[in-house]
Write a protein that binds this ligand. Structure first.
Ligand SMILES: [Zn+2]
Length: 142
């Protein structure tokens, strides 16, 4: 008996998830990243096998699967806007007084990026200056 033949219709579960807050550990690499934020630093990691630099820091290289424990400080002044979106309504559909810009910022010659609240002249390729290292970060785009 295979799974496909035994299931005539999709299995459904009707219930409510009563979750007010999620908490999870960030792991050793995430901890280095968040400790860096508290010091006003962007911490990534560099794979010693293939040389790729990841932001935020992570435990394993997704390119060559090598374990990474080589943390590096990223030049935060090189941040730029890779993409962004504009939010006009809250999660209940009410119009916001002022739209919220959420930008994906990246850094040259690195893999990954960081989602941030953005202000200023938000545009793809714009230079992003980090104005707050509290999570999520805030940037102003020049
Ligand atoms: Zn690698």
């Amino acid at each position: 008996m295979s799974w496909d033949k035994s299931i005539k219709e999709s299995v459904k579960w009707y219930d409510n998830m009563e979750v007010e807050k999620y908490e999870y550990t960030v792991g050793p690499a995430g901890e280095e990243f968040f400790k860096g934020l508290k010091q006003g630093k962007i911490i990534g990691c560099k794979c010693s096998k293939c040389g790729k630099i990841y932001i935020p820091a992570r435990a394993y290289c997704e390119n060559c699967f090598a374990k990474i424990d080589n943390y590096v400080e990223i030049k935060k002044e090189e941040a730029y806007v890779d993409s962004y979106t504009i939010i006009y309504k809250d999660d209940e559909g009410r119009q916001l007084d002022k739209p919220i810009y959420i930008a994906m910022i990246r850094f040259p010659n690195t893999v990954g990026g960081l989602l941030c609240y953005a202000e200023g002249n938000v545009r793809v390729g714009g230079k992003a200056k980090i104005t707050s290292f509290d999570w999520p970060l805030r940037v102003i785009v020049e």
